[in-house]
Write a protein that binds this ligand. Structure first.
Ligand code: CDP
Ligand code: CDP
Length: 224
């Protein structure tokens, strides 16, 4: 039997974490866990319940009573909120900002991290987020921190949203949203976005997806 491994990929929005983590999960045949989807699901529930995503007291009570579950079908992650599959409902700009807001609340993080660690305790996993290498899996064998200039990250996210058919967006708005999240995520007290001391940082600004994935796979294979 192969040894269980964990790979942590952290970094800000649009750095390429999920695209690259999915490729590596396929290449290595291990589970991919998108932890951002969990915070997005909490934000969806708050918005549905008309709870302000900056109202910490209400959020800490709400999160206590919700059930978030992650399932896999043919290697693809689906996320359920109280039994409802909400995977296709959590990618809007409003939910992105909401997720960054709810992620500040310690009670929200503690519940999400418990689920993340539970999954990682059972199987080899590549997990992406903001605090995976520093807080969720501090003992992960491989840690990467992906970055890119804010202009490049905004352009990537803008192109992605246009390709998905969103019409009412502008590059400026996408950039402002990303800057808001960068600041919010890096400055929160509990498990902020930061590079683990032992993580390998890769600036992806002028790298293609394949170049980044290949670089990471080479590092992992060399050390295995
Ligand atoms: O997960 P994260 O927010 O870090 O980024 P992503 O969702 O993986 O990537 C955002 C967009 O940038 C996607 O459309 C990727 O295809 C694209 N991308 C890119 O063009 N070049 C890279 N080196 C990485 C991602
Ligand atoms: O894909 P993108 O990088 O735009 O965002 P995401 O990974 O889906 O995360 C959405 C938000 O959830 C982030 O802006 C963070 O505030 C929060 N998050 C977090 O705090 N910790 C994580 N491990 C993952 C996401």
């Amino acid at each position: 039997m192969q040894k269980k491994i964990s790979i942590a990929i952290d970094g800000p929005a649009g750095a390429g974490k999920s695209t690259i983590a999915k490729m590596i999960s396929k290449e290595m045949g291990i589970v991919y866990l998108d932890t951002g989807a969990m915070y997005r699901t909490v934000a969806l529930k708050a918005i549905r319940d008309q709870i302000n995503t900056t109202d910490r007291d209400s959020l800490s009570k709400m999160v206590d009573s919700i059930d978030i579950a992650v399932n896999y079908i043919d290697g693809e992650q689906f996320i359920c909120l109280n039994g409802e599959d909400v995977t296709s409902k959590i990618r809007t700009p409003e939910i992105s900002i909401g997720a960054s807001n709810v992620a500040v609340v310690p009670e929200v993080r503690i519940k999400m991290v418990e689920l993340q660690r539970q999954i990682a305790s059972k199987t080899s996993v590549i997990m992406d987020g903001r605090d995976i290498g520093t807080y969720v899996l501090p003992d992960a064998q491989y840690k990467f921190f992906l970055t890119a200039s804010v202009e490049e990250r905004a352009l990537r996210r803008y192109n992605e949203q246009i390709a998905k058919g969103y019409k009412d967006i502008s590059l400026d708005n996408v950039k402002n949203d990303i800057e808001y999240r960068d600041k919010n995520d890096s400055s929160r007290e509990f498990a902020p976005l930061s590079k683990a001391a032992d993580a390998i940082e890769i600036d992806t600004t002028s790298l293609s997806i394949d170049e980044v994935a290949q670089r990471i796979i080479n590092i992992i294979r060399k050390e295995m």
